[in-house]
Design a protein. Structure first.
Length: 387
């Protein structure tokens, strides 16, 4: 089984059952090196002392020698996809300034830059089974759209448009010009500002005919990360749709009244932070050097939801951090729904390796006798792909 996963903004790859290894980007290393040199020049001009000039930075902008490194140029791996050539992977990464698409040969370690542009971030990559083109998600301030990009140069064409958050596209096996994706409408107030999302539905697109068909839609549920196999079965994650807000008990009302100033500030910032992560996939909070690792945080943002890790710490290990209602389901061509596995943060399907998934703490693969854990991570695993 060959798979890749992203944890803490870093990309790891496992080939032929071996332990995962981190994939480092030469471009990212150059970005961090230039940033470090710029900081050192400013410090030298300011006469801040040579102690500051000896601090090192790793690929992700963290001070590596106990310094208080500036993480404003933090490099984040966003997405990865395999290709028809098993030795080649494509990945997208981003700093606060630029985003780019890159290809790396896993046999030689050679990296090729397809393109990089200022504030241009691609996510949810899916290479075509036979053609040199990639489905991807292009995010902007108003939502996101599905695009197709060439694998050799900057040549991007928009496929879906509208006031919606379109994510997680994947090609349909055996159909060269058809794919599925998830979509949620963006709710706005009278000023035109985004205030929330509708339920996520699954949509099928036939690019030859230009026809779009809704495959799954329910006001009570979100349907996420669609994948279709060659038999026409549709796999996706189903979870309860969260409209936001609920009625308070009398005790909670009194408590909220007493703490109203604190609650208002926290709620306002939490809302802004949530909108920033949904539409820009960036938190308003900056984690300085010496801060806690990802796994030590009290909250993590996954697929548009804020997960309270404190509430999950007593859960069984096999459940991970995924809430109990995040269920991987299969819908057969006749529309019959089967529950495959619960507590799923992310998953993928490949014709050769079948299903692979993560509960946020481990990667598991499907075998004839059931599911087996193929890797247990040291940090939160938010994204997994077959390659």
């Amino acid at each position: 089984m060959n798979y890749a996963y992203i944890s803490g903004g870093r990309l790891y790859v496992s080939r032929n059952g071996a332990q995962p290894v981190e994939i480092e980007s030469a471009f990212a290393a150059q970005v961090i090196a230039r940033h470090q040199q710029s900081i050192e020049r400013r410090q030298w001009k300011a006469g801040s002392g040579d102690g500051m000039m000896t601090r090192g930075y790793d690929l992700w902008g963290n001070g590596s020698r106990g310094g208080s490194g500036d993480d404003s140029m933090l490099v984040r791996m966003l997405s990865v996809t395999g290709s028809p050539k098993p030795e080649l992977i494509y990945y997208s990464l981003a700093t606060d300034a630029v985003g780019g698409l890159f290809c790396q040969n896993l046999d030689t370690g050679e990296e090729r830059r397809v393109f990089h542009k200022e504030r241009y971030h691609l996510d949810d990559l899916a290479h075509h089974p036979t053609r040199d083109e990639i489905l991807a998600v292009k995010r902007d301030a108003d939502g996101s759209s599905i695009v197709i990009t060439a694998c050799e140069r900057f040549d991007v064409h928009t496929v879906t448009e509208g006031d919606s958050l379109d994510l997680s596209p994947s090609w349909i096996p055996g159909e060269d010009d058809s794919f599925v994706y998830q979509s949620a409408g963006v709710g706005r107030n009278q000023s035109g500002n985004a205030i929330g999302l509708g339920p996520c539905s699954i949509i099928r697109v036939d690019m030859k005919s230009g026809r779009s068909t809704v495959l799954l839609e329910d006001e009570q549920f979100d349907y996420l990360c669609p994948r279709m196999d060659k038999e026409g079965n549709l796999y996706c994650i189903r979870r309860k749709y969260d409209r936001g807000g609920r009625a308070l008990t009398v005790g909670e009302t009194i408590k909220e009244f007493v703490l109203v100033p604190v609650r208002l500030v926290k709620a306002f910032f939490g809302f802004l932070n949530m909108m920033s992560q949904i539409f820009g996939k960036e938190s308003l909070l900056k984690t300085g050097v010496g801060g806690k690792k990802e796994i030590d945080r009290q909250e993590v943002f996954l697929k548009g939801r804020l997960i309270d890790l404190k509430k999950r710490e007593n859960a069984k290990e096999e459940h991970g951090i995924a809430p109990s209602d995040w269920t991987l389901i299969k819908v057969d061509p006749g529309g019959v729904v089967f529950e495959v596995r619960g507590n799923v943060c992310d998953f993928d399907w490949h014709p050769q390796s079948g299903l692979i998934l993560t509960n946020g703490l481990a990667v598991s693969g499907e075998e004839n006798s059931g599911w087996s854990s193929v890797y247990k991570g040291k940090d939160i695993i938010e994204y997994v792909r077959c390659i």
